[in-house]
Write a protein that binds this ligand. Structure first.
Ligand code: UDP
Ligand code: MG
Length: 316
């Protein structure tokens, strides 16, 4: 039985040696069993010496596979490439920075062995060490997306998970270009077991997420998994039209019974209404634009990533 560990790496030269040591310890724990490991490092266009570090690991360890991208395509693309390359019966995805503790892997293998579930996913129960404001917005995001989407996306769920082959095949069959893995993982279903752990701070290097990147990620996630915002625009439009109709009726009746009065004090309120409705219309247009933009990108059907180098075995 083969177990594939996929590690997306972007500028992780400092963290990789730590991670490699830790996953080797995991592998050593299974030395006398039928479990073999392969480590798949996906270098997502790093600008530091990550490529050299990976090549060196591969030259001394034949379980190390790698795929290099021609530029930075993002973690989603890196995970996809890793899953495509993985040959294992069990497949795990983990960060390079040790925020996904490799020591959890044996605990994740057990439930799969005993056929308790098909996916074991890690979830952090605390957000210790993270900026307060970031945790706050993260919580809001999960509340919002779960209200709007049919699939349940767990708060604190990481991309760290161990999956059976059929799960990975299902994920790979979803060929969308704008990938939102947290949603995709939830969407494919299967029996999932959660293991919980404390938040761990990265061992070396820096996080690649800025506030704006996270905001964009949040919008991408919502737009990718629900069309509820479009419906909100429809309903708001309906409510406004209904209100306007009622207003019109009211004045019509007043005019008929001769109770209408002439005034020119309506200017500020008119301006407010026009601006308000103009704003709503623009917002709805922008919203529609978000979806059309995504249709545009998907119809171009560009590959999810471009490979510049690998050492994958072609035989199997
Ligand atoms: N990563 C990647 N491509 C990117 C950004 C990140 O492959 O464009 C990898 C990164 O090397 C790490 C993982 O994704 O292994 C998570 O990144 P990071 O630690 O920066 O995110 P955080 O843990 O802060 O959410
Ligand atoms: Mg990290």
């Amino acid at each position: 039985m083969l177990i594939s560990l996929i590690v997306p790496c972007y500028n992780e030269e400092a963290a990789l040696p730590h991670l490699y040591k830790a996953i080797c310890e995991v592998r050593d724990g299974y030395k006398d069993t039928d479990k073999k490991f392969e480590f798949i490092f996906v270098n997502d266009g790093s600008r530091d010496k990550t490529a050299d570090v990976i090549r060196e690991l591969a030259s001394s360890d034949e379980d190390v596979r790698y795929v290099f991208f021609s530029r930075n395509f993002g973690k989603e693309a890196a995970m996809y490439a890793g899953m495509e390359a993985a040959k294992g019966d069990y497949i795990a995805i983990m960060d390079a920075d040790m925020q996904d503790p490799p020591s959890l892997i044996p605990d994740m293998i057990k439930p799969l062995d005993s056929d308790e579930c098909d996916i074991v996913a890690a979830r952090r129960v605390t957000r210790k060490g993270e900026p307060k404001i970031r945790s706050f917005f993260a919580r809001m995001f999960y509340k919002l997306i779960n209200k709007m989407c049919d699939v349940e996306i767990a708060d604190g769920a990481r991309d760290f998970r161990l999956m059976r082959r059929p799960v990975v095949d299902a994920i790979l069959s979803m060929g969308e270009r704008q990938r939102f893995s947290k949603g995709i993982f939830a969407w494919v279903g299967f029996r999932t077991k959660w293991v919980e752990h404390e938040n761990v701070e990265r061992v070396a290097g820096e996080t690649k997420w800025s506030f704006w990147k996270l905001l964009k990620y949040a919008v991408d996630g919502i737009v990718a998994f629900t069309i509820a915002p479009l419906r909100v625009a429809t309903y708001t439009g309906m409510a406004l039209a209904l209100g306007a109709f009622g207003y019109m009726l009211y004045y019509f009746i007043r005019a008929i019974i001769g109770k209408i009065w002439s005034t020119n004090a309506g200017y500020p309120s008119l301006l407010c209404f026009i601006l308000f409705i103009g704003g709503l219309v623009l917002m709805a247009l922008g919203l529609i634009g978000e979806y059309i933009g995504r249709i545009y990108v998907e119809t171009k059907a560009r590959p999810i990533y471009i490979k510049s180098e690998d050492n994958l075995k072609q035989d199997t």
